[in-house]
Design a protein around this ligand. Structure first.
Ligand SMILES: *[C@@H]1O[C@H](CO)[C@@H](O)[C@H](O)[C@H]1NC(C)=O
Ligand SMILES: *[C@@H]1O[C@H](CO)[C@@H](O)[C@H](O)[C@H]1NC(C)=O
Ligand SMILES: *[C@@H]1O[C@H](CO)[C@@H](O)[C@H](O)[C@H]1NC(C)=O
Ligand SMILES: *[C@@H]1O[C@H](CO)[C@@H](O)[C@H](O)[C@H]1NC(C)=O
Ligand SMILES: *[C@@H]1O[C@H](CO)[C@@H](O)[C@H](O)[C@H]1NC(C)=O
Ligand SMILES: *[C@@H]1O[C@H](CO)[C@@H](O)[C@H](O)[C@H]1NC(C)=O
Ligand SMILES: *[C@@H]1O[C@H](CO)[C@@H](O)[C@H](O)[C@H]1NC(C)=O
Ligand SMILES: *[C@@H]1O[C@H](CO)[C@@H](O)[C@H](O)[C@H]1NC(C)=O
Ligand SMILES: *[C@@H]1O[C@H](CO)[C@@H](O)[C@H](O)[C@H]1NC(C)=O
Length: 804
């Protein structure tokens, strides 16, 4: 469970509300039916209950939502989530004897009802201000005598005062069950249980397969909480109970006027939210999910560390079980002890620190033993693989013992200690190295001290840098969601102008009449979020007439959008790859475009503050303004390289097929020269109006680069030119451009010119000779393991391709 909900800064968002005087009833009695259109309101005015529909559907449901934050209806509970109503004209919600609340149709058939094992004289249903709907006897306020309460049957929302968990006496299990999707409250497959098997832990599942687990409660928090809640807080309290009767987890805010909620989303994440009255939005409190959140990412004895690349590594003194698979990123088989231990031989327990404790499904515990006793007990039973302290408060108390393999271990800050059984020979080498270490230590204590300080400084520096980065991100003008919604006519399909790297792009008109392009991050895209951040970081710092200008952003709730100047002529590909529109681009215009792109790229590579490699230069990322000036867009994949560095290497190759240089696509080497390659492809495409990828010479199955080179070698380059250019063509300029294009796509990165030479060569009107182009680096299509069809129809944006 994500405890970051409980971040301390909440108070600053909090505002007092004056007493709400409720005039509506909060009680349903035996002679008061609720029909569609009627609502009841909790006594404090926080919650309201009645019939509702979700946008895009005519289904009617009975549910509970926040009254104060209308018109944004935030539903926290749904009664008939499995049985939606399509016609409510004669449906009523009523309390009937012996004590149930029922939804009945005109034939007096029960559509939905509560149940009870008891019968009372005067049953009523009351909506409490906590959001709990209870059925009870009108004259009995004893909370232990409730006939039924909605808090025992939550849907996807975990509210304060609700108790999740299991009652061992009645067998009742209170758990969250996510909606099928945002617009369908039917129970999906995702659930969140407090699973008491072994030792209790929170487990999120899809059907029966585990998606994530919190690890055990350690007295202060769940072992896997990424943001440990403070030990004590004056704002909220967390209550964890585990005894013979029950295991339960609940939280409540000291000030009941705050409106927090935890929601289990249909994708399986627990999201913490808090209503911010000033901005009228839900503030998201959870950290964004990361790879290490998934269950057992690194297999047995593997440890997931999100700050490392790759995220998985074996615990110390363990080795990959199947190194080849591991190399390829298949970590599921995990690790094994590098020295197998034999129960009949001697063994030791080695301490591993700073980790989220393993899955406790196969564990046992004792609440009173000391750590020393734990070791003795664990060492007596051969199948006991590890132990740890059960409760970390006051120096530790009790033991948790694991049986079998240890899975779902993570490296986290504020993690715990665990002691794992190892062959005693591991200790020998440990002791040996310890002795050696002591010697070295004596000699170089001062050095270590210095390194420690250095580490500290680096830590502080990084921290400061991150803070700065955040701040810089938000130095952009912020637009209100409502402004953008209005400007784009509520993101109407008619205003959709394209699909960018991370989501749809809409045209919009601001109130002042300014036209803008709005790029909306699709909510489902995890990669999209990274690209979004990337784009904000880079493009907000760049300004050049050949780069698209970012006007601001809009970040509200789950919505994230970037607002750009609108480019009325769309993108270059819409012209050059379109028979009719390509006529509109005569040669002088095309030459201007080629030069403009070159200048923009030169700025990125050399003149900007950041030295940026774009990595995804292609015709669809070149936008054209009213005067057909080209502007480079889409910095979602861009990378900055340090001042004197020319390039870098990545195992995660991103870009677009047909524009990627061979060394990048195959080896993951990217540099300014890989952009130069893409630029060369662009030049040849612009001259020929043919796509590099889709172009095939009938006989020889060459792509455009191969074909252009063949013609060039045979001195027939003019045949490459688009027929439409016949009239406007400036032969020597065209030939020069083709040659520059070919120079840019040469196989060897060192042979390719840099952008400043490109500009000189293009502009050289005196006809001095250009170097001869060598064979271009065109290569057969490679196996694409993971491709994402977010580019335009015929382009694949490769998100990952593994070099061989
Ligand atoms: C939120 O603001 C509205 C006025 O905009 C006010 O009526 C309401 O009481 C406030 N609610 C809270 C929880 O502060
Ligand atoms: C409640 O509905 C029932 C039919 O379901 C009707 O017979 C009864 O008169 C209604 N009571 C009130 C108070 O409206
Ligand atoms: C809804 O139900 C009522 C009563 O059962 C019926 O008279 C009415 O025609 C129904 N409406 C629709 C749209 O089906
Ligand atoms: C409707 O059904 C309930 C039980 O479900 C019964 O007590 C009640 O008498 C019925 N009312 C009518 C009008 O049939
Ligand atoms: C009420 O029904 C639910 C499921 O339909 C069941 O789990 C629960 O035990 C029932 N409660 C009582 C008090 O009968
Ligand atoms: C939600 O699920 C329903 C049924 O499973 C489906 O018809 C609907 O299209 C889904 N809506 C969205 C927004 O995914
Ligand atoms: C826990 O350990 C103590 C001391 O060894 C022992 O007396 C007690 O019975 C153990 N409790 C359980 C539940 O095993
Ligand atoms: C060791 O512990 C396991 C799991 O509790 C148990 O099944 C087994 O009987 C124990 N073995 C011995 C020798 O105590
Ligand atoms: C919270 O508890 C932990 C573990 O007992 C302790 O190390 C830490 O100092 C405590 N923090 C505060 C602020 O009391």
């Amino acid at each position: 469970m994500e405890a970051s909900l409980f971040l301390l800064f909440l108070l600053s968002f909090y505002s007092f509300i004056s007493n709400i005087i409720s005039t509506t009833t909060n009680v349903i009695t035996t002679n008061h039916n609720i029909t569609d259109g009627e609502t009841i309101v909790s006594s404090g005015g926080t919650f309201e209950m009645g019939f509702f529909s979700l946008s895009g559907s005519s289904n009617r449901y009975i549910g509970i939502w926040y009254k104060q934050i209308l018109p944004m209806q935030t539903v926290v509970w749904v009664a008939n989530r499995e049985k939606p109503l399509t016609n409510t004209s004669s449906v009523v919600l009523k309390v009937i004897k012996p004590g149930i609340l029922a939804l009945l149709n005109d034939k007096n058939e029960t559509i939905w009802s509560t149940n009870t094992s008891r019968s009372v004289q005067n049953p009523v249903a009351v909506l409490l201000d906590s959001g709990n709907l209870v059925v009870k006897d009108a004259n009995d306020d004893n909370t232990d005598k409730l006939l039924w309460q909605s808090f025992n049957f939550p849907t996807d929302t975990f509210l304060p005062n609700m108790k999740l968990g299991k009652n061992f006496q009645t067998g009742q299990d209170v758990y969250l069950s996510a909606w099928k999707n945002e617009s369908d409250p039917t129970p999906g497959e995702i659930t969140l249980h407090i699973d008491p098997t072994g030792y209790p832990q929170t487990v999120v599942k899809r059907g029966t397969s585990v998606l994530g687990s919190s690890g055990p409660w350690n007295g202060l928090r769940w072992s896997g909480d990424r943001v440990p809640p403070p030990n004590q807080s004056s704002i909220y309290k967390i209550q964890y109970v585990f005894n013979k009767e029950e295991v339960s987890y609940s939280y409540y805010f000291i000030d009941s006027l705050m409106l927090p909620r935890l929601v289990l989303t249909s994708s399986g994440y627990v999201q913490g939210l808090m209503w911010v009255n000033q901005t009228k939005t839900w503030l998201y409190l959870s950290l964004p999910p990361n790879t290490c959140d998934a269950y057992s990412v690194c297999g047995a004895y593997g440890s997931c560390d999100i700050d490392h690349s790759p995220v998985c590594s074996c615990l110390e003194k363990f080795v990959e079980k199947y190194p080849q698979q591991w190399e390829k990123g298949d970590w599921s088989n995990g690790c094994v002890r590098r020295k197998p231990f034999d129960c009949n031989k001697e063994h030791v327990f080695l301490k591993y620190s700073g980790i989220k404790l393993p899955d406790t499904k196969y564990s046992q515990y004792n609440t009173t033993m000391t750590l020393d006793k734990c070791r003795q007990v664990c060492s007596r039973n051969c199948s006991c693989t590890a132990y740890s302290s059960l409760d970390i408060r006051n120096g530790g108390r009790g033991c948790l013992f694991w049986f079998g393999e240890l899975i779902d271990i993570k490296k986290i800050s504020g993690g715990q200690d665990i002691y794992i059984r190892m062959a005693s020979s591991e200790l020998v080498s440990e002791a040996g190295s310890k002795r050696k270490m002591a010697k070295i230590l004596a000699v170089s204590l001062s050095l270590l001290m210095a390194m420690f300080l250095l580490g500290l400084i680096l830590l502080l520096y990084n921290w400061k840098k991150n803070k700065l980065k955040l701040k810089e991100e938000f130095e952009l003008p912020l637009f209100q969601l409502s402004t953008i919604t209005r400007a784009t006519d509520n993101f109407s399909v008619n205003n959709k102008v394209g699909e960018g790297g991370f989501g749809p792009v809409y045209k919009g008109v601001l109130e002042e009449g300014q036209q803008v392009a709005v790029k909306r991050l699709s909510r489902t895209s995890k990669q999209g979020l990274d690209e979004f951040k990337n784009e904000v970081i880079y493009i907000s710092k760049l300004q050049h007439r050949n780069l698209v200008r970012l006007l601001g952003c809009c970040i509200q709730g789950e919505e994230k959008m970037l607002i750009y100047e609108y480019m009325s002529n769309k993108s270059l590909d819409s012209y050059i790859f379109d028979q009719t529109k390509s006529k509109l681009l005569d040669w002088p215009k095309r030459f201007d475009i080629i030069n403009g792109i070159a200048r923009g790229l030169l700025y990125l590579h050399q003149d900007s503050r950041l030295r940026i490699i774009h990595r995804d230069l292609k015709a669809s990322n070149i936008l054209l303004d009213m005067e057909m000036n080209p502007k480079i867009s889409d910095f979602g994949l861009a990378r900055s390289v340090a001042g004197n560095e020319m390039g870098a290497n990545t195992s995660h190759v991103v870009g677009t097929q047909g524009y990627m240089s061979p060394e990048y696509a195959v080896e993951g080497m990217f540099s300014v020269k890989s952009d130069v390659f893409s630029f060369g492809v662009l030049v040849l495409e612009t001259v020929s109006c043919k796509k590099n990828r889709s172009f095939f010479d009938q006989n020889q199955s060459l792509n455009l680069l191969g074909y252009a080179w063949k013609l060039y070698k045979e001195d027939r380059s003019l045949e490459l030119i688009d027929e439409q250019l016949a009239g406007s063509c400036h032969i020597s300029q065209v030939l020069r451009s083709i040659q520059v294009g070919l120079l840019c796509v040469q196989q060897c990165p060192e042979d390719r010119p840099n952008m400043s030479s490109v500009i000189m060569m293009l502009g050289n009107s005196h006809g001095s000779r250009l170097p001869e182009a060598k064979e271009p680096g065109f290569f057969p299509e490679r196996e694409v393991l993971e491709a994402d069809k977010s580019g335009s129809q015929n382009e694949l944006t490769i998100t990952s391709i593994y070099p061989r």
